[in-house]
Design a protein around this ligand. Structure first.
Ligand code: XBP
Ligand code: MG
Length: 233
């Protein structure tokens, strides 16, 4: 397989961000006086839906709250507070990259591979995480970034991956995707991408059928060896 570009999911793949998201949601709920609290079990269940605003709407539905009682504008307002809190925590150093991620990213770039990000999280969250973990040159490492609200349908729809592939100007067969979740894998496969999965804290119970490789993390991953062995393309 001739790999020209690596496309990374963010949440759960670059870092174990979902726990930071959960804490930030709870902080925002408390800030506006909403009596919602998402413990880890509740949050794991809500992660069936990608996107923070969509996750809040699912929870409101589960509690029987109508759109009159909690309109989209109110969800957006609370979500914006959550995003601010998330940024503060990431800047505070609460969210290191997962093992092997930085080595893979910098090694791939050094060998001339192109890098992209494809995620359902909010754009500013990517900027915060990349700057906090990869430093000043972090943002410049990624040629293409496609974030949550920039496509019509979030994962598991393939929209974000299709846009990233299009922006790279490559065929899907020349790109390798990295994901941590069933929803993300479904999106990447639907876009025609060979996909490596590193399950994360909140996704370890999920099914990853169709993945080219499922690894505990990227610390032992050898891109050149994988490219030589991979039968696809
Ligand atoms: C990640 C998400 C995101 C984050 C929260 O899914 O679903 O919604 O949980 O981000 P994936 P926002 O890793 O499959 O892209 O609150 O900014 O939406
Ligand atoms: Mg993910």
């Amino acid at each position: 397989m001739t790999i020209q570009a690596l496309i990374f999911d963010v949440d759960g793949t670059l870092a174990e961000t979902e726990e930071i998201h959960r804490l930030a949601f709870n902080a925002a709920f408390a800030q506006v006086g909403l009596s919602w609290f998402w413990d880890r079990d509740v949050y794991r269940d809500l992660l069936r839906v990608t996107g923070g605003k969509e996750r809040m709407r699912l929870y409101a539905d589960q509690r029987g709250l109508s759109r009159d009682e909690i309109p989209d504008a109110e969800i957006a307002r609370i979500h914006a507070l959550k995003t601010v809190r998330y940024g503060e925590m990431v800047r505070g150093g609460d969210c290191p990259l997962r093992p092997g991620v930085e080595r893979l990213i910098r090694g791939a770039r050094a060998r001339g591979h192109r890098l992209a990000i494809c995620t359902t999280t909010t754009r500013v969250n990517i900027d915060e995480l990349v700057a906090a973990t990869l430093g000043a040159d972090g943002p410049g490492l990624f040629e293409v970034i496609v974030a949550g609200d920039e496509v019509r349908r979030k994962k598991p729809a393939p929209d974000a991956y299709l846009r990233a592939i299009d922006a790279l100007g490559l065929e899907a067969g020349r790109c390798l995707a990295f994901e941590d979740s069933h929803n993300g894998l479904t999106a990447a496969l639907a876009a025609g991408l060979t996909t490596i999965v590193t399950p994360s804290f909140y996704t370890s119970h999920e099914s990853f059928e169709g993945a080219a490789l499922v690894l505990p993390d990227l610390s032992g991953f050898d891109l050149q060896a994988f490219a030589l062995d991979c039968p696809i393309s």
